[in-house]
Design a protein around this ligand. Structure first.
Ligand SMILES: Nc1ncnc2c1ncn2[C@@H]1O[C@H](COP(=O)(O)OP(=O)(O)OP(=O)(O)O)[C@@H](O)[C@H]1O
Ligand SMILES: [Mg+2]
Length: 574
C-alpha cells in the first residue's frame, strides 16, 4: 500500500480508543523502505515485545550500505553493526516518550559489548530487515494522530537513513567491526593447535568502568595488560597482522596474588572470551575456548538427578548422590552440581574464582584432615579431582586463589597478579610445594569417573500459567518467567544480554521437540544449536521477533537444569 494510506488512516482515528490503531496493520511502501506493521499491542502500556514492526530495505539500492559478505562471521558482524547504528540513530532522532506507557518510543533491542547474531537485523540476498519497536502514541488511551504522523513520516525515515545509507555510515568502522570478529574467531580456532585455553592480547584493557558496567575503564585510569615473558606468544591475524599476548596453557592454572591486584578482572576476561568484543571494548583480542564455563557456588538452586558423587557421597541419611535432587542446594552441592553439569554437556575449561567458591568443596587442609575423619566427610575436594579432570577428560581449569597454597602441588602453571600485571611464578610455587614439610593427604580414592548424562522429559516442561495459557517471558538477564515458575539464572555469569535470555526462554520450549525420552540433554542442545546455526534465531519462535541474540547451547542446558519441576532419566556414559 502507498504510505498515504497509513497517513489518512491515522488522521481518521485521531482521539479514538487505542484499539483503533489495529486498523493500520499492513504493509506500506515508503520508497526507501517498506514498513510492515504486523502486530500492534492492545494498549500503550503493553511491553514492547508484544508488537511486531518490520522495516525492509532493498540491498540493491545503491544508496544503501552493502558489502560482499564472504562468510557467516561477516554476515553476523555486519548485522550487529547495523543494529548498533539503528540503536544509536533511535537515540538521536526519536522524540522519546510522548504520552502514556511506551507512547512515542522508537527503538531496537539494546546491543552491549559483544558482537552477536541478533534477530533485530536479518539479511538475505535481497533485503535488510530491521525489527524495531514503535510505541504508537496515546494520550490516556486515545490515539495521538499528530505524534504518530511525526514518528512514522519524519523520525522513522530519518533513523533508517542514518543507519542504512552509505553516506551516513563510517565504512572504515564497519570494516574494522567485521575484521575484529573474524580475527577473534581465528584466534579462538588457533588456541587448541597452540595448546592454549585462552589468549589475552598485549595492551588490552581488562577492567570495566564500574561493577555494573560492561564498558571499559578509561585508558587514563586503567593499567593496560602486559604479558609475562614466559607465556608470551605472537600470532599472525588475518586483519590485524602480528599480535602479541599471553597464552594460558591447557592444564591446571592458578591465578594468585594479593587482594585487589586484578585476579578476578583477569578471570572475567577469560569468562567473556567466548564472545567477540566490539572495537573499543579493550578486550578485542582476548579469547578463550568456546566451551569455557564459569563455575561458582549458588545455594538455593534446583537440582534434578545430577550425579555429584565424584565430589560428594555418603551424605547423612543415605541421600543418593549419583542422582542428587534438591529444591534447595547447599553451597557445596550447588558447586559440585555446577561442575558436573558443565562436564555433562561438554565443558572444556572450568573457570573458578575463590570469591564465589564453596570453600569446603575446594580444599580440606591438613589440620581439618586430622580433626574430621575422612569417613565422616562426604566431600572429596576439588584439589583432589582437578588433575584427574585434565588427565582423564582433557578438561582444563583456571582457578583464582589468594589464600590456599596447597594447590601449588596440583598446578601446571601459577600466574601471580602484581599491581594488575601477570608474573609467572610457577617455578617458585613448585619449589615451595616440594620443600614444604607439611603435606596434606591426597584423598582421591580413584573413584571411577563416570559421566551420567541425563535425559530430559518434555512432559515435565510446562510453559503454561495457572490459567492454562502459554506464559514465557523475560524482563531481566538472569531470570526467566516460565509458566508457573521462575528460573533463576543469577549464577550464569557468562550470560551478558537480555536478548540472549529471551532467546533461551523460547529455546527451552523449542527444545522439547527433540526430547523423545532417549536423547540426552547434550544431544538435545546440540540439535537446537545446529538448527539455529542453519536457520537463524527465528527458528526458535513461532512468531517473528527482533528480541533474540545468540547464546551457547551450554547456557540453554544450564537454564533447563534450573527449571523447577524438570524431570530427567539417567544414562551412563564413560
Ligand atoms: N588493569 C587494571 N587497571 C586498573 N584497575 C584495575 C585493573 N585490573 C583491575 N582493576 C581494578 O582493581 C580492583 C580490584 O580488582 P579485582 O577485583 O580483579 O581484584 P582481585 O585480585 O580479584 O581482589 P580480591 O582478592 O579482593 O578478590 C577493581 O576495582 C578493578 O576494576
Ligand atoms: Mg577477586
Amino acid at each position: 500500500m502507498d504510505k498515504q494510506i497509513i497517513r489518512n488512516t491515522i488522521s481518521s482515528i485521531d482521539s479514538k480508543d487505542y484499539g483503533a490503531y489495529q486498523s493500520i496493520k499492513g504493509s506500506y511502501d515508503f520508497s526507501l523502505f517498506k514498513l510492515i506493521i504486523q502486530q500492534i499491542p492492545k494498549d500503550p502500556y503493553a511491553p514492547p515485545h508484544t508488537g511486531i514492526y518490520r522495516i525492509q530495505v532493498n540491498r540493491n539500492n545503491e544508496k544503501v550500505i552493502n558489502l560482499n559478505l564472504a562468510n557467516k562471521i561477516h554476515e553476523i558482524a555486519f548485522r550487529d553493526f547495523l543494529a548498533r547504528q539503528f540503536y544509536n540513530a533511535c537515540k538521536r532522532f526519536s522524540g522519546g516518550v510522548r504520552g502514556t506507557g511506551y507512547s512515542g518510543i522508537i527503538t531496537i533491542n539494546k546491543p552491549d559489548q559483544s558482537i552477536l547474531e541478533r534477530s533485530c537485523v536479518v539479511i538475505d540476498n535481497d533485503l535488510i530487515e530491521i525489527r524495531c519497536f514503535i510505541g504508537l502514541p496515546a494520550k490516556g488511551r486515545k490515539v495521538s494522530a499528530e505524534i504518530a504522523e511525526q514518528m512514522l513520516f519524519h523520525e522513522l525515515p530519518e533513523i533508517i537513513e542514518q543507519s542504512l545509507l552509505k553516506k551516513n555510515i563510517d565504512v572504515p568502522s564497519l570494516i574494522k567491526h567485521i575484521g575484529i570478529a573474524e580475527d577473534s574467531q581465528f584466534l579462538r580456532d588457533k588456541l587448541v593447535e597452540l595448546g592454549l585455553v585462552a589468549f589475552i592480547a598485549d595492551q588490552s584493557i581488562l577492567p570495566r568502568a564500574s561493577g555494573t558496567s560492561a564498558k571499559p575503564m578509561s585508558r587514563a585510569s586503567a593499567i593496560s595488560f602486559k604479558p609475562t615473558e614466559s607465556l608470551k606468544i605472537e600470532i599472525d591475524l588475518p586483519h590485524f597482522g602480528k599480535i602479541r599476548g599471553m597464552g594460558i596453557p591447557a592444564g591446571v592454572t592458578l591465578i594468585v596474588g594479593g587482594g585487589y591486584h586484578g585476579k578476578s578482572t583477569l578471570l572475567n576476561a577469560l569468562e567473556l572470551g567466548i564472545y567477540d568484543h566490539i572495537p573499543g571494548d579493550g578486550r578485542e583480542y582476548c579469547v578463550s575456548l568456546p566451551k569455557s564455563v564459569k563455575i561458582r557456588a549458588y545455594s538455593g538452586r534446583y537440582i534434578e538427578k545430577t550425579d555429584i558423587s565424584p565430589f560428594i557421597k555418603n551424605l547423612p541419611f543415605q541421600k543418593d548422590t549419583t542422582a542428587f535432587s534438591t529444591e534447595n542446594a547447599s553451597g557445596s552441592t550447588s558447586h559440585a552440581a555446577n561442575i558436573m553439569e558443565a562436564i555433562e554437556v561438554g565443558a572444556e575449561v572450568l573457570l573458578m574464582d575463590e570469591d564465589t567458591c564453596a570453600t569446603n568443596l575446594m580444599i580440606r587442609d591438613m589440620k581439618m584432615q586430622e580433626l574430621v575423619n575422612k569417613n565422616d566427610e562426604p566431600i572429596t575436594t576439588f584439589i583432589d579431582k582437578v588433575r584427574q579432570f585434565y588427565l582423564k577428560k582433557n578438561i582444563s581449569t583456571v582457578l583464582v586463589l589468594g589464600g590456599v597454597g596447597d594447590y601449588f602441588d596440583v598446578a601446571d602453571n601459577v600466574i601471580q597478579m602484581i599491581k594488575y600485571e601477570p608474573v609467572d611464578v610457577t617455578e617458585t610455587a613448585h619449589r615451595i610445594a616440594a620443600d614444604s614439610p607439611f603435606k596434606r593427604e591426597a584423598e582421591d580414592d580413584a573413584y571411577p569417573f563416570i559421566i551420567r548424562e541425563r535425559i530430559p522429559f518434555a512432559g515435565s516442561i510446562d510453559p503454561t500459567n495457572k490459567y492454562g495459557k502459554f506464559s514465557v517471558y523475560v524482563k531481566e538477564t538472569h531470570r526467566i518467567n516460565f509458566g508457573k515458575t521462575v528460573i533463576d539464572l543469577t549464577d550464569l555469569e557468562q550470560l551478558i544480554e537480555l536478548s540472549q535470555t529471551k532467546a533461551i526462554a523460547l529455546a527451552i520450549e523449542y527444545a522439547k521437540k527433540y526430547m523423545n525420552n532417549d536423547r540426552t540433554l547434550r544431544e538435545i542442545i546440540d540439535l537446537v544449536s545446529e538448527d539455529i546455526k542453519m536457520n537463524g534465531l527465528d527458528i526458535i519462535s513461532p512468531r517473528i521477533s527482533g528480541n533474540f541474540a545468540w547464546f551457547r547451547g551450554l547456557e540453554l542446558a544450564f537454564a533447563l537444569n534450573r527449571l523447577r519441576g524438570l524431570d530427567v532419566g539417567q544414562k551412563e556414559n564413560n
